[in-house]
Design a protein. Structure first.
Length: 106
């Protein structure tokens, strides 16, 4: 699993039938900044994921990849290898909150 921020959407008018009705989003993985361990930093990579929880633009989400992405009821029969399985409320590192969805400055 990894943390990521939703950066956009993907529209595919032609796709396999089983993917019809499933929302696709782009996300950028995040990691604890090695220089300032009190914040998260983007990795500069982008993934396309299937959204199973109704995430929105700019939200921090929890992603699973590989076979784990097909272990939810929403994705068990889909040809996907990355899925959003949660919307993150807080991230704590070494007993310190480095992200809170309720903090508008982040």
């Amino acid at each position: 699993m990894f943390l990521a921020r939703v950066t956009g959407t993907v529209v595919a008018t032609q796709k396999v039938a089983s993917m019809t009705g499933h929302r696709l989003l782009t996300v950028e993985p995040l990691r604890v900044d090695p220089q300032q361990r009190d914040r998260l930093a983007g990795t500069g990579r982008t993934f396309v994921v299937v959204d199973t929880v109704g995430a929105g633009q700019g939200e921090m989400v929890l992603i699973v990849q590989g076979s784990s992405a097909r272990l939810t009821p929403e994705t068990e029969k889909l040809p996907v290898d990355a899925a959003i399985i949660g919307i993150v409320d807080t991230v704590n590192v070494q007993n310190r909150t480095i992200f809170s969805a309720h903090d508008e400055n982040q």
